[in-house]
Design a protein around this ligand. Structure first.
Ligand SMILES: C[S@@+](CC[C@H](N)C(=O)[O-])C[C@H]1O[C@@H](n2cnc3c(N)ncnc32)[C@H](O)[C@@H]1O
Length: 282
């Protein structure tokens, strides 16, 4: 395996430069486990051959995109961290609904959406708990750097195992259709309510618009301080007055970007300093 080490160095630097993801030396097992099937799927005899092709193609090539895709960690589940969905339901959405009553618009973005469970959970929450938004213009957008996860997210198709992680039998019955022996697809109405696109959090933030809620959960952990700072400073510019940012349970803005105010809840939620809506009453 030592013969592969230089290739791993190169892979590490490409993944860091292109996607901001830090893979330290301790993650060599991950690189090897993830790239071996990719190499064979794309007709290479070995990981070094795959990496050589990536070098030959240069920055931004097809193999680079495939390699980055393979090295992302996509762990997610429906209604992951119930405290987040409780806080959304009980505080954040009622506040925003009151504030936006005039425009009847609500925009939510799941940045780093993985296979889509986060944004579909949000869509189901809106449908279940906020029927009064029937005549609102609701924009649900979700992005990720990985084409592979976006493909599954767009199709809204999940295994029994994936569904069992967060979807109750009642919700399964109501929102999912069995499409094969092992797979279930989210109903058309919910699927069509979400738009998906590829977006690199450490790339340019063009054409993203403004949001009332940004879900940026369980992704900052993969970045180092400068990338975290860059991403949080971009996020600030895309949050509406009174908007909210949700990070993962183990993530914070503290000591990274002082322009955020923690809501002090168990849901790792934050507002932009000076853009908070206080004492709105609900
Ligand atoms: C652990 S998942 C989190 C999924 C979901 N937000 C959640 O909390 O359940 C992290 C996701 O971040 C994505 N990701 C990693 N680096 C990224 C980048 N530079 N830009 C956009 N997405 C990225 C990965 O592809 C992966 O799907």
């Amino acid at each position: 395996m030592t013969g592969l080490t230089p290739n791993f160095e190169y892979v590490r630097s490409v993944v860091k430069n292109a996607a901001g993801i830090s893979l330290d030396k301790g993650k060599d097992y991950l690189i090897e486990n993830r790239l071996a099937p990719v190499a064979s799927k794309h007709g290479f005899d070995s990981i070094p051959d795959l990496v050589q092709e990536m070098m030959d193609e240069g920055e931004g090539g097809t193999i680079e995109r495939i390699v980055i895709d393979a090295l992302t960690i996509n762990e997610t589940s429906f209604f992951r961290d119930q405290a987040v969905f409780d806080h959304l339901e009980q505080t954040v959405l009622p506040q925003i609904i009151k504030k936006n009553a005039g425009t009847k618009r609500l925009k939510i973005w799941s940045a780093a959406c993985s296979t889509g469970q986060e944004i579909y959970s949000t869509a189901i929450l809106l449908k279940e708990r906020f029927p009064r938004l029937k005549d609102w213009h609701i924009g649900l957008h979700a992005t990720d750097i990985s084409d592979r996860v976006l493909e599954q997210a767009r199709s809204g198709t999940y295994s029994e195992f994936e569904l069992n992680r967060g979807i109750s039998p009642a919700l399964k019955e109501k929102y999912f259709n069995k499409v094969s022996e092992f797979d279930w697809q989210i109903c058309e109405e919910i699927r069509q309510s979400v738009s998906f696109s590829r977006h690199n959090l450490v790339g340019a933030w063009n054409g993203l618009g403004m949001y009332d809620v940004i879900l940026l959960r369980n992704v900052l952990i993969y970045f180092e301080l400068p990338e975290k700072q860059l991403i949080l400073s971009h996020a600030r510019k895309h949050i509406n007055e009174g908007g909210h940012l949700f990070l993962g349970a183990s993530e914070t803005t503290f000591n990274i970007d002082s322009n955020w105010v923690s809501e002090g809840t168990t849901s790792a939620s934050f507002q932009v300093k000076g853009k908070e809506v206080r004492n709105i009453g609900i």
